[in-house]
Design a protein around this ligand. Structure first.
Ligand code: ATP
Length: 231
């Protein structure tokens, strides 16, 4: 579904991603794991042309190079950004409407689907985004991204700062979305939880992919356990 070849990301003279290649096959959960500053967020942003990049990103045969972020969203890639970034001064419903910017005709139907997926979001639908708990904001951020009816959903650190119970709910939701046919690209510091639900994963370090394997094998790999899974 997504093929990335020799991707580089630059912030001025800093090269944050130094030639990574990977694939995200349709219907799978693929994870990028690795320590702080490895280049995971930059890679996700590069797939939506949110940062300056070189290399090839092909999405279902469509070369994304020269396209703006909103065009790529219309083609079916959506991002749940790090830190959630819900609109704090808009209500839950207004946040959802923003997510459906390219999809207004399906707004009501999709909104009901989101309320079914996250009943807690329905309860709070008239509340301002900024007044939700961290877990509720994460659910809202995921719902907002789903309002564009993506084929691929990218999630950047969805578990960051959440209580363990809520983290469980977020990962269960990601698995459910996979079952519903959405392809997932996941970036996580919580490598163990990510690998548990992933089909395949790439390990990033210092702008490079240094290891890749089926997720179950990475969990059993001594080096990965020591460096990324806390022994
Ligand atoms: P984290 O989990 O901490 O977000 P990461 O693996 O997602 O880490 P990135 O956020 O992609 O890593 O950062 C990769 C490198 O690029 C880091 O060295 C970071 O300092 C640098 N970087 C990221 N954003 C910018 C920016 N806007 N300007 C300059 N350097 C940046």
């Amino acid at each position: 579904m997504i093929k990335v070849k020799d991707l580089h990301v630059y912030y001025g003279v800093i090269e944050a991603v130094k030639g990574v290649s990977f694939e995200v096959p349709e219907g799978k959960i693929i994870s990028l794991i690795g320590s702080n500053g490895a280049g995971k967020t930059s890679t996700l942003n590069a797939l939506l042309n949110r940062v300056k990049r070189k290399g090839e990103v092909i999405f279902s045969g469509f070369h994304t190079d020269k396209h703006k972020t909103h065009t790529l969203v219309q083609h079916g890639i959506a991002l749940v950004p790090e830190g959630r970034r819900v609109f704090i001064n808009l209500t839950v419903e207004e946040n959802l409407r923003m997510g459906a910017f390219n999809n207004d005709e399906n707004y009501e139907h999709l909104k009901e689907a989101m309320f079914e997926l996250f009943p807690r979001i329905k309860e709070k639908r008239h509340q301002m985004g900024g007044t939700l708990s961290g877990g509720e904001q994460q659910m809202l951020a995921i719902s907002r991204a789903l309002m564009s009816e993506p084929k691929v959903l990218m999630l950047d650190e969805p578990s960051l700062g959440l209580a363990p119970k809520v983290i469980g709910e977020v990962f269960a939701t990601i698995e459910r979305l996979k079952k519903e046919g959405i392809t997932i690209l996941l970036v996580e510091q919580n490598a163990f939880a990510a690998l548990k639900i992933s089909d395949y994963a790439y390990v990033m370090e210092n702008g490079h992919i240094v290891m890749e394997d089926v997720a179950a094998s990475l969990v059993g790999n001594d080096e990965v356990r020591k460096k990324y899974l806390g022994g």
